[in-house]
Structure formats: structure tokens, C-alpha cells
Design a binder for this molecule. Structure first.
Ligand code: F6P
Length: 350
């Protein structure tokens, strides 16, 4: 592998606070420390399939540290190996990975930095298998990626959940109502657990701990919690997506059951995409910058096919093969759950 001259960067999956901070760190580290040229691939893997790229100079990445979203755009459906154009028919998916490789080579790129969650990183691994040098950076507000203690974006989303709970407390108290706050998080309860602890929720329901309905006032429920009769509450199915189920609605379902059972007025609030928006916290800005810098360090060392992850206090390379098809769920016996229980938080279990 020759010396790197030109680098590509893309953001895939759902948007997340801190994406721009990583783009900035990758591009600036490349420019300042190594004199690399940088190219941004637009709308995630869609831009790689359709050769939709822009040159990224210093001026393009200045002033974006604090911006939410991603200046490159993103897609949580574009998949080079099962490609369906935006709005297309999912049953007509095509393998367009050859086009990706061609576009990558024609753009003169030496390495591709893929910033995303499990879907984006598993595609990065597949692209690595067909000969594209890739380095991944772990993103998600869900904090459910295997191989890193924390993903960037999580801290910001926790802050938003905590602030929402602070505000909901007043209505719950004043009206003697039960209020249920439904968080995102997919099949992992991290966001509900840590946000709920920070916001002093009386009850935190997460997919990893089975629950029984009792009498509560402020309840934090993760969207991946199952109904009392066992099923997930699914809002929508997106056929062309890596993870087809879009969860949502468990809060309203529980509010209905609780109101009926207790005769206490019950309301559900769904935080939704508010959790992914806006400026990243200071913690996420710094973590994103460290991740972006270390991703370039790994590429310069010729260490491809890895993701950078936080282990303890340091950033380390983790092989993409190690994280494939694995999720980092909450261990019901973990220290955070024990700490929450010790201050009287209920998880709905015995
Ligand atoms: O993975 C991030 C996430 O926000 C999940 O918490 C949530 O289940 C999902 O994405 C929502 O996806 P969409 O933006 O497609 O509705």
C-alpha cells in the first residue's frame, strides 16, 4: 500500500450530534499533519454508488464543530451490495459494489473513513473485503455498538432526555398525573437508563429487564421495551433499511393500560428525533475529535479494516470483523443499574 495522498469521508445511518466534529477532525488532521487532500461523499453510501462527491478544503470544515447533523448528508437505506435508489422498489435491489470501487479509484482516493453505526460499519467491512481500504468511526445515540465503551452522540441525547424529564416532572407533580417519556435506543436501553438516572425518573423500563406494571408517576420507557403481552411496538417497516423495524408507540400503549388500571390520568410523550438534533455536548465534541484524529492515525499506519473505539480512557483500533452482528446491550446487573436501584429507581421488575 503506497503513501496516502487523498482521503474520502462519508457519514451513514441516522444523523447524530458530533458527526460534523468527526468530519472536521478527519479532514483537518489529514490536511494539517499530512498534507492530504480530502473528498466528502454525499448522502452516505448513496454518494459512493452514484459518484456524488465534493472536494473538502480547510474552509469547508471550519466552524462546523458545534453544528448538529452532517454537512455531507446521510442515508440509512443506501447499501452498495443491495442497492435501491432513493424512493425505489426494494424488491429490485442490485449489487453496485463494483461501481463503488470504481468511483473510489477514479476519485484517486487511498482510504475511506466511514462514520456510522452497525449498518454503516458492516458495509465498510464488506467494502474492505473487496479491496477498499476503510477505517470506521462509531456513531449512534443508542450507544449499542460493540467494541467501544461509548459512541459519540450518546452524551448529547442523554442530556436531552434529562432536560425533558426535568420539564415533565412539573406537570406530573402539579396534575398528579402519570407521565411516560418514550426514548429512542432501538433494542438497547442505554438512553432510557442513563437519561432516566440523570433526570430522576421514578421508573425506568428497558428492553433488557422484564417488567410488571405497577403504580408510578414519572416513567422513562425505551422504545424497544415489549408490550406486557410480549410484542415489540413497531411504528413502521422500512424494507430497504439494514434494520427494517422502526420502533415507537410503547409509551402510548402503557399510558392507556395504566390509566385504565389506576384511573390516574396518564400521558405519553415521545421525544423522537429531538434526541438526535442540535449541537453536541462538550463531551461529544471532544470524543468525536479524538475519534477522527485516531482514525487518521490508524490509516497512516496502514491499519485498515478497523474501527476506532473508546476502551477505558484511551482510543484503540478494533477490527471491524470483531464488531459485526453484535450489539452492546445493558447488562441488568451492571453498576449503573445497581446505582439507580440504590437511590430507589424501579425497573418494573420484582
Ligand atoms: O439508531 C438511531 C435511531 O435514532 C434509533 O434510536 C431509532 O430507533 C432509529 O434510529 C429511528 O430511525 P429513523 O430516523 O429512520 O426513524
Amino acid at each position: 500500500m503506497g503513501k496516502i495522498k487523498r482521503i474520502g469521508v462519508l457519514t451513514g445511518g441516522g444523523d447524530c450530534p458530533g458527526l460534523n466534529a468527526v468530519i472536521r477532525a478527519v479532514v483537518k488532521t489529514g490536511l494539517i499533519e499530512h498534507g492530504f487532500e480530502a473528498v466528502g461523499i454525499l448522502d452516505g453510501y448513496d454518494g459512493l454508488v452514484r459518484n456524488n462527491m465534493i472536494e473538502l478544503g480547510y474552509e469547508n470544515v471550519s466552524g462546523i464543530l458545534t453544528q448538529g447533523g452532517t454537512i455531507l448528508g446521510t442515508s440509512n437505506t443506501a447499501h452498495p451490495f443491495q442497492y435501491v435508489p432513493p424512493g425505489g422498489d426494494a424488491s429490485k435491489a442490485e449489487d453496485r459494489s463494483d461501481d463503488c470501487l470504481k468511483n473510489f479509484q477514479n476519485a484517486g482516493l487511498d482510504v475511506l473513513f466511514c462514520i456510522g453505526g452497525d449498518g454503516t460499519l458492516s458495509i465498510a467491512r464488506q467494502l474492505g473485503d473487496i479491496g477498499m481500504p476503510v477505517v470506521g468511526v462509531p456513531k449512534t445515540i443508542d450507544n449499542d455498538l460493540y467494541g467501544t465503551d461509548v459512541t459519540f452522540g450518546f452524551d448529547t441525547a442523554v442530556q436531552i432526555v434529562a432536560e425533558a424529564l426535568d420539564r415533565l416532572h412539573t406537570t406530573a407533580m402539579s396534575h398528579h398525573r402519570v407521565i411516560i417519556l418514550e426514548t429512542m435506543g432501538r433494542y438497547a436501553g442505554w438512553l432510557a437508563l442513563v437519561g432516566g438516572m440523570a433526570g430522576g425518573g421514578d421508573v425506568i423500563l428497558i428492553p433488557e429487564i422484564e417488567y410488571d406494571l405497577k403504580r408510578f408517576s414519572l416513567i422513562v420507557v425505551s422504545e424497544g421495551v415489549k408490550r406486557p403481552d410480549g410484542g415489540l411496538v413497531v411504528r413502521e417497516r422500512v424494507e430497504s433499511s439494514h434494520d427494517q423495524l422502526r420502533l415507537g408507540g410503547i409509551g402510548a400503549h402503557l399510558a392507556h393500560i395504566i390509566q385504565h388500571a389506576t384511573r390516574l390520568e396518564s400521558r405519553a410523550v415521545v421525544l423522537g428525533h429531538v434526541q438526535r438534533g442540535g449541537t453536541p455536548t462538550a463531551y461529544d465534541r471532544v470524543l468525536a475529535t479524538r475519534f477522527g484524529h485516531e482514525a487518521v492515525v490508524q490509516a497512516v499506519a496502514g491499519n485498515y479494516g478497523v474501527m476506532v473505539g473508546l476502551r477505558g480512557t484511551g482510543i484503540v483500533p478494533v477490527p471491524l470483523t470483531e464488531i459485526a452482528d453484535r450489539q452492546r446491550l445493558v447488562d441488568p446487573g451492571c453498576e449503573q443499574v445497581r446505582a439507580a436501584r440504590s437511590v430507589g429507581t424501579c425497573f418494573g421488575d420484582a
